[in-house]
Design a protein around this ligand. Structure first.
Ligand code: ASP
Length: 592
């Protein structure tokens, strides 16, 4: 019988089997040669003796073979308990060489996972990397989740619709777009979608009512640690539904994913947190609520203390904030010790926060290294202990800065880093909706208003009146979904009045010409009876990564780009022959 390499069990003992796969692990023990034959499903130990052994000696790592042989029981001492096929082995009678292989540039053997080759080489030879069960597992889980997602939305009467990949160069998320020159239309360009946003809205105008897509999105951003220039989004839009419906729908999707993909039950509804509270309490618009160490304002206490650095900041209009870390158990033997805290101060500096101090609690009192810091805070000690209510051994960090925004951002990041290091979580998965956010935010660099989410998000009816007078007071109908401190995605209820849409774009500083040129087609579509609608986009790669307990989304993308945005597999991006650029696209000299 023909079986996969992961299928053989004790029940097959005595049977004749045919297997095909790759020669993964080869050991010659003199009289016997052993090869682990592997495929997508697993690995089986093959045994070669006699004539067939001489034939097998010619095989090399990753050669592709087909064998037939008899399934035998392994000796007790040689049973591989880690492998589901490990109680058996196949005594090979015939070998057929299907293809040879060059020697792989790195080991593909699972036991050697700890000697994992460097990522760049694995990305260049991603097809080999994917033969490692650990790498494959991530891609398999993504496929499983995609199937669950599709079934869920189909069952809820959504249609999977394909929006175009080559589109007009518009402005959506604030990221840059990738451009594609057109050969037939000289001097003209398509752009790649940052998301299907405008097209899914136009589907609503068409009356398609419930749209979803597992959509590729393209953003020409700095390819930072956890960003990819192309990624996959679970993208939705629906007509005649409000925030509550959309959020309940998404919660239902996650319930199904958790149950069917990882066998876990998930509590719904998810928590909600207003944006302002998220920022003030956790210093982040995507707080990790698995731990509840939060930021406490101690500016008043700092003024009353003798700690000059804090006093000065407080007296000059800055803020002083502190976080007590429950369970940190400060001490020489602990993960949270003096060396770690000194490193934390350096980390704070890299976030732009120069004023960071730390204390700890011992014998019910605050202590510091050197003790003079705690002594200078003595006049406020009672008040501090009351406000922060730390337990014995807890570390407290105190940050101060003239810019409250900088202080919140830096403390928010430190809160996550230190809490992750302590590693005490309330629950494994903490979902959270962050909402009640402003429609606009100020761009720190250009000092111009920009949309907090996207320019098609509707304001709340109660705050719309501030649009012209105090636009920063206008609140939006946006909602972000956060899991364990990562933003999974955002959505909103959209603007459906074409004139109002134009008004928003003007407030964002666009001229009528730009509006017409970039958004004309959307505004025109909205003018033909656009129904009330809203939707959401959620990062699929991130969802699968977090469900696997990993942070790096590159592992969940079939052929990912590296941190420089390069696809090492094929060497792109690459230069194009200048002659071809000129002849096909009329593009002349390019500066590099
Ligand atoms: N288009 C949005 C994004 O990609 C998602 C949405 O609002 O539906 O972030």
């Amino acid at each position: 019988m023909e079986l996969s390499c992961g299928e053989i069990r004790e029940a097959h003992i005595g049977k004749e089997v045919t297997l095909h796969g790759w020669c993964r692990y080869i050991r010659d023990h003199g009289g016997k040669l052993f090869i682990d034959i592997a495929d997508k499903h697993g690995a089986t130990q093959l045994v070669f003796e006699g004539d067939v052994k001489s034939e097998a000696e010619k095989l090399g790592k990753e050669y592709v073979i087909e064998i037939t042989g008899k399934v035998n029981k392994r000796n007790e001492e040689t049973v591989d308990t880690k492998n589901p096929t490990g109680k058996t082995e196949v005594l090979v009678s015939t070998i057929k060489l299907l293809n040879k292989s060059k020697l792989p540039p790195f080991e593909l053997i699972e036991e050697k996972e700890k000697f994992l080759a460097n990522e760049e080489i694995r990305l260049q030879y991603r097809y080999l990397d994917l033969r490692r069960p650990q790498a494959l597992k991530h891609i398999v889980l993504k496929d499983k989740i995609s199937k669950i997602v599709r079934e869920y939305f189909w069952d809820n009467e959504f249609m999977e619709l394909e929006t175009p990949i080559m589109i007009k160069d518009t402005y959506e998320t604030g990221a840059r777009t990738f451009l594609v020159p057109s050969r037939f239309n000289r001097g003209k360009f398509y752009s790649l979608p940052q998301s299907p946003q405008f097209y899914k809205q136009i589907c609503m105008v068409s009356g398609l009512e419930k749209y979803f897509q597992i959509a590729k999105c393209f953003r020409d951003e700095d390819p930072r640690e956890d960003r990819q220039p192309e990624f996959t989004q679970i993208d939705l839009e629906m007509a005649f539904k409000d925030e509550k419906y959309i959020q309940a729908l998404i919660e239902g999707m996650f319930k199904k994913i958790f149950k069917e993909a990882v066998g876990k039950s998930l509590k719904t509804p998810f928590k909600h947190l207003p944006f302002a509270e998220a920022m003030n309490k956790y210093g982040s618009d995507k707080p990790d609520l698995r731990y509840d160490n939060f930021l406490v304002d101690i500016t008043d206490e700092a003024v009353k203390s003798n700690y000059n650095i804090l006093k000065r900041v407080a007296e000059n209009g800055g803020r002083v904030k502190a976080i007590a870390f429950a369970g940190s158990k400060y001490g020489k033997e602990s993960k949270i010790n003096e060396a770690y805290m000194l490193k934390t101060i350096e980390l704070a500096k890299s976030f732009g926060l120069r004023g960071l101090t730390w204390l700890y609690v011992k014998g019910g009192e605050i202590r510091s290294e050197p003790q003079s810091i705690a002594d200078s805070l003595r006049p406020s000690e009672k008040a501090l202990l009351k406000k922060l209510s730390p337990k014995e051994g807890d570390v407290i960090i105190i940050g101060s800065d003239l810019s409250e925004r900088l202080l919140l951002d830096a403390l928010g990041k430190l809160r996550k880093v230190i809490s992750d290091h302590i590693g005490i979580y309330g629950s494994e998965f903490s979902f959270l909706w962050v909402d009640e956010m402003p429609l606009f935010e100020m761009d720190e660099v250009t000092k111009k208003l920009k949309p907090a989410h996207n320019p098609v998000t509707a304001p709340t009816p109660e705050t719309e009146k501030f649009l012209e007078s105090e636009p920063q007071k206008v609140m939006s109908r946006q909602y972000d979904l956060v899991l364990n401190g990562y933003e999974l995605g955002s959505g909103s209820i959209r603007i459906i009045d074409p004139e109002f849409q134009k008004k928003i774009l003007r407030i964002l500083g666009m001229s009528d010409k730009t509006i017409e040129n970039s958004f004309g087609f959307l505004i025109e579509a909205l003018s033909y009876g656009a129904p009330p609608h809203g939707g959401i986009g959620l990062g699929l790669d991130r969802i699968v990564a977090l469900l696997s307990g990993e942070n790096n989304i590159r592992d969940f993308i079939l052929f990912p780009k590296n941190k420089r945005g390069e696809l090492l597999l094929d060497g792109s991006p690459d230069q194009i022959d200048p002659k071809r650029l000129k002849d096909d696209f009329g593009i002349g000299h390019i500066e590099v």
